[in-house]
Design a protein. Structure first.
Length: 289
């Protein structure tokens, strides 16, 4: 099974010195809101593959979430995804996160530089060991700062945001089929020249044609976030994913049900789901430690 770095499956972020700011203090002193963030992740080999090349990481003390989907022969995909996750765990240190909090432009640069650093690490590992030549992984990162979600990714690992009204895919797939569909319009499913879904155009382990892609999105109370590998979204459509995210009462249950349903639909690839529930509550006029 792929390596899972999971530092606390469920947590509540009320107030820490890492994300301390004067605005936050004033909100807590005068009429104030509290952010509750709970998260959980699950990964599974699936019903077809012999081993799991997915990895994920939850860093609750930093509100950072990572999913990587490995590729490459001789188990090198598992090595690549694990190395990328471990590299980012160290790069996104508590001190580094503390320095960029509250500044969107600094967070953007921070996440992009982090993925470049992971890419350099994996490429160097491949150069040092010929059996790992061509190894790599897709990767998606989510970081919550205040009430804003920041994402950075390469490949077709995805991030979704769901609420009672619907579901939105925040990330854009870096794949040949995604580029083809953008140009082809209707009827492309029957086109004999349609590229296979598995062809990735940007990934960790290969020189980037351009920077990793960054997005930010303001969060509302009740939002449900999903970071996942293509083994999940290729088995379940957006409506199915949405129904599971909004109908389950905990992030742990949601991640479990998503993986179970993807397996029930065929489980043709490794499956990973990291689910984050974001809520805000009105608090009385006092600091809650």
């Amino acid at each position: 099974m792929g390596t899972t770095l999971n530092f606390g499956r469920r947590f509540t972020d009320i107030m820490t010195w890492e994300n301390f700011n004067m605005g936050g203090l004033l909100r807590k002193l005068f009429g104030m809101s509290r952010r509750n963030i709970s998260s959980a992740g699950k990964t599974d080999t699936g019903r077809v593959r012999s081993h799991n090349e997915d990895s994920f990481c939850i860093l609750p003390d930093r509100n950072i979430f990572l999913v990587a989907d490995g590729m490459g022969g001789h188990n090198a995909g598992e090595v690549a995804s694990q190395a990328a996750i471990e590299t980012l765990n160290h790069y996104f240190s508590r001190n580094a996160v503390r320095k960029v909090r509250g500044n969107q432009e600094e967070i953007r640069h921070f996440l992009i530089k982090g993925l470049h650093h992971a890419n350099d690490t994996v490429m160097e590992m491949a150069r040092e060991d010929q059996s790992r030549h061509g190894m790599g992984c897709t990767l998606v990162t989510g970081m919550i700062d205040g009430n804003v979600l920041h994402t950075c990714h390469v490949g077709d690992a995805r991030c979704y945001i769901a609420d009672a009204q619907g579901i939105t895919q925040l990330t854009v797939d870096h794949s040949a089929i995604a580029a083809y569909r953008e140009k082809a319009g209707s009827g492309e499913e029957t086109d004999p020249e349609r590229p296979p879904r598995q062809v990735i155009t940007r990934a960790i382990g290969f020189p980037f044609p351009e920077d990793p892609e960054y997005h930010c999105q303001e969060l509302q109370s009740g939002d449900r976030l999903l970071l996942c590998s293509d083994g999940l979204w290729s088995m379940l459509d957006d409506e199915q994913i949405h129904d599971i995210l909004v109908s389950t009462d905990t992030s742990e249950k949601a991640s479990t049900v998503l993986v179970e349903r993807a397996n029930a639909a065929g489980g043709t690839d490794n499956i990973t789901a990291v689910v984050v529930f974001f809520d805000a509550e009105t608090m009385p006029g006092r600091i809650i430690e």
